[in-house]
Design a protein around this ligand. Structure first.
Ligand code: AMP
Ligand code: ZN
Length: 132
């Protein structure tokens, strides 16, 4: 059972913002940030780690379309795009989704937590993490 598949299949309602053959965008039920929107593929994938490339391309195109609409037509001054992948990354709904947070001057929140300095140096991290 997946709550976002239920939204796609109209078993549960949503406040739809945009829909095409591959994607659906709707307001986040939290109604926290002004216009907090979720963009999901219609096909079920858990997250970015298992989605196939073509579907991801469709979803990202849709994210851009809506972000641009919020800035060009709806008064937002910018947007944050957030995405969680895996339980330890604070994903709570296991159907791939991107959050769009429209941002306004002095809207009074930060989308980025202030973190303590990592104990490893950047050089150590690069040696451990580099891919090529
Ligand atoms: P994440 O924690 O990144 O997995 O985000 C899941 C998001 O889904 C949260 O921001 C929830 O508020 C949102 N959410 C959960 N159920 C619904 C729903 N039925 N309709 C709209 N948004 C939902
Ligand atoms: Zn699903």
């Amino acid at each position: 059972m997946c709550i976002f598949c239920d939204i796609i299949n109209k078993k549960i309602p949503c406040y739809k913002i945009y829909e095409d053959d591959n994607c659906l965008a709707f307001l986040d039920i939290s109604n926290d940030a002004n216009g907090h929107t979720l963009v999901i593929p219609k096909k079920h994938y858990e997250n970015i780690l298992d989605v196939e490339q073509e579907t991801l391309n469709h979803v990202i195109n849709c994210v851009k379309k809506i972000a641009k609409h919020y800035v060009d037509n709806c008064g937002a001054k910018g947007v944050n795009i957030l995405n969680a992948n895996g339980k330890d990354a604070e994903q709570t709904v296991f159907h791939l989704h991107f959050h769009i947070l429209p941002r306004f001057e002095n809207d009074g929140f930060s989308a980025f937590p202030k973190l303590d300095k990592n104990k490893q140096t950047l050089e150590e991290l690069q040696n451990k993490l580099k891919l090529n």
